[in-house]
Ligand binder design. Structure first.
Ligand code: SIN
Length: 494
């Protein structure tokens, strides 16, 4: 089929990367009904193009294609799979500028951040290509002299990956690369807000030589596709990144077919600044953690807890950094904070700010927002935040930095843990004893001391409590796609 490049404002070096079709069994296809959904540019609301609105029929086709591809893909050696993944990795790196332009057009983040995300996404392909070669089992000492027990690692089967709009590339490679490296074909359902990055990545996977059916992309509204994927007994694994509400719904849907699930869900990360912290480092990291992607990350600092004696100095330094942020379209040089994904997201942020102000917070500092379009939101610092405010218990998912004061360590830990979520926690101290005391008591899947970055290919990423199940990245990320089969051999004549 032919593709019309309607990305009129985005010039690509390879127009071929912009695809307005689903990818099933190695073919670029429309929905059988011909239905499509629009995709817009969050910086203007302008139409970028459409993608097929796939439903149950297309999902069933993708499941059948993945299932048909499974025997040959699992039969390849780990080295053969790795070679294809290495080619995919190289192609992604060769096309960073185009992939970043597509991402900025549909997601809104500044081009520099999009380029950073593409490089970050590529690290998962490389890491899991290598890690797949080490997916070996082990032997176990048996209770009888004439018995041997081997634990064999096998691919779990067809995997489904439902991915969010905030990281349109990295969340795909963080799921697909381990699945493919382990020998599992995969079906991706990217967010309907950001399908084009996914389709471009998969076009490159096709060019890298991934066999038909090993990677499939279903575009469209999530409900029908999600229900068909979770209901299918052929799909043995679901990996989802998104809200806790949808994650728990998918978990319930997966129960009937007893699927393995990895769920990376909501967060409400505390960032604690103790009085013995390096304040410049704390400010620098808070800026990364809080304002990357306009605050639209599950791991971003939602609550900034600052010890009394350094509160004012920290607030002043943070204000200097926040007022230097530049709100603007992602493709305009100098923009550091792009639009939020849609009007509802911007309204939620405003509701959190209004609620905090009505409960006694003060607007301490704000970056300028010269953009009239409703999805642009000014980054702000609020002081005097307290637990009665919505932003204390809900994920704001926007560029709002609320400062809570505390007086002693115990109080900070209690405040930090006073949430149903447990994804990321950050804290700043130069005291080694405090570092261990606090790290061991924070209820989170990831704890960061004196750094604002925790997401990288070699480390496990995931949460506790309502923040999810399972881990992505690192060794654990590969294990999520492997079964352990115990092979017992008895009656050996030795
Ligand atoms: C997320 O928002 O959960 C993803 C963060 C990341 O991988 O950088």
């Amino acid at each position: 089929m032919t593709f019309q490049n309607t990305l009129s404002v985005v010039k690509l070096e390879k127009a071929d990367l912009f695809r307005q079709a689903a990818f099933i069994g190695g073919d670029w296809v429309s929905a059988a009904s011909g239905a499509t959904i629009p995709v817009d540019d969050p910086a203007t609301g302008a139409l970028l193009g459409t993608v097929p609105d796939c439903g149950v029929a297309e999902t069933d086709q993708a499941i059948a294609a993945a299932n048909a591809a499974f025997p040959a893909w699992r039969a390849k050696t780990a080295g053969e799979r790795a070679a294809i993944l290495e080619r995919w990795h190289a192609l992604v790196l060769d096309n960073v500028p185009d992939l970043a332009r597509i991402m900025t057009a549909e997601q809104g983040k500044p081009l520099a951040e999009s380029e950073g995300e593409i490089r970050y996404a590529a690290t998962f392909i490389k890491w899991f290509a290598e890690e797949g070669r080490r997916a070996s089992g082990h032997d176990v000492l048996a209770p009888e002299a004439n018995r041997r027990i081997f634990v064999m690692k096998e691919p779990i089967g067809v995997a489904a990956a439902i991915t969010p709009w905030n990281f349109p590339a990295a969340m795909i490679t963080r799921k697909c690369a381990p699945a493919l490296a382990a020998g599992c074909p995969v079906i991706v359902k990217p967010s309907d807000f950001t399908p084009y990055t996914a389709l471009a990545l998969v076009r490159l996977a096709e060019l890298a030589g991934l066999p038909a059916g090993t990677i499939n992309v279903l575009t469209g509204r999530p409900e029908a596709i999600g229900s068909a994927l979770t209901a299918s007994p052929v799909v043995r694994k679901l990996s989802f990144t998104g809200s806790t509400r949808v994650g728990s719904l998918l978990l319930r849907q997966c129960a009937d077919t007893v699927k393995r699930t990895s769920l990376e869900l909501g967060g409400n990360a505390p960032l604690i600044v103790f009085d013995d912290a390096d304040l410049d480092l704390a400010v620098q990291s808070a800026m990364i953690s809080k304002f990357r992607n306009a605050g639209q990350t599950c791991v971003c600092a939602n609550r900034i807890l600052v010890q009394d004696s350094v509160h004012d100095a920290f607030a002043e330094k943070l204000a200097k950094a926040v007022t230097a942020l530049r709100v603007g379209p992602g493709d305009v040089a100098g923009s550091t904070v792009g639009p939020l994904i849609n009007a509802a997201a911007a309204q939620k942020v405003q509701a959190h700010v209004d609620d905090a102000l009505s409960h006694g917070a003060t607007l301490y500092a704000s970056a300028e927002n010269g953009m009239a379009y409703e999805r642009f939101v000014a980054p702000v610092i609020l002081t005097g935040a307290n637990s009665n405010m919505l932003l204390a218990s809900e994920e704001t998912f926007g560029p709002v930095a609320p400062l809570f004061r505390f007086t002693h360590e115990e109080e900070a830990i209690d405040l930090a843990n006073a949430t149903e979520y447990g994804l990321a926690s950050y804290f700043y101290t130069d005291n080694i004893h405090r570092a261990f005391r606090v790290a061991e008591r924070l209820e989170a899947g990831m704890v960061a001391l004196n750094t604002g970055t925790i997401a990288m290919e070699m480390a496990p990423f995931g949460g506790v409590k309502m923040s999810g199940l399972g881990r992505e990245g690192g060794r654990a990320g590969l294990e999520e796609y492997l079964e352990s089969k115990a092979f017992h051999i008895g009656g050996l004549k030795l």
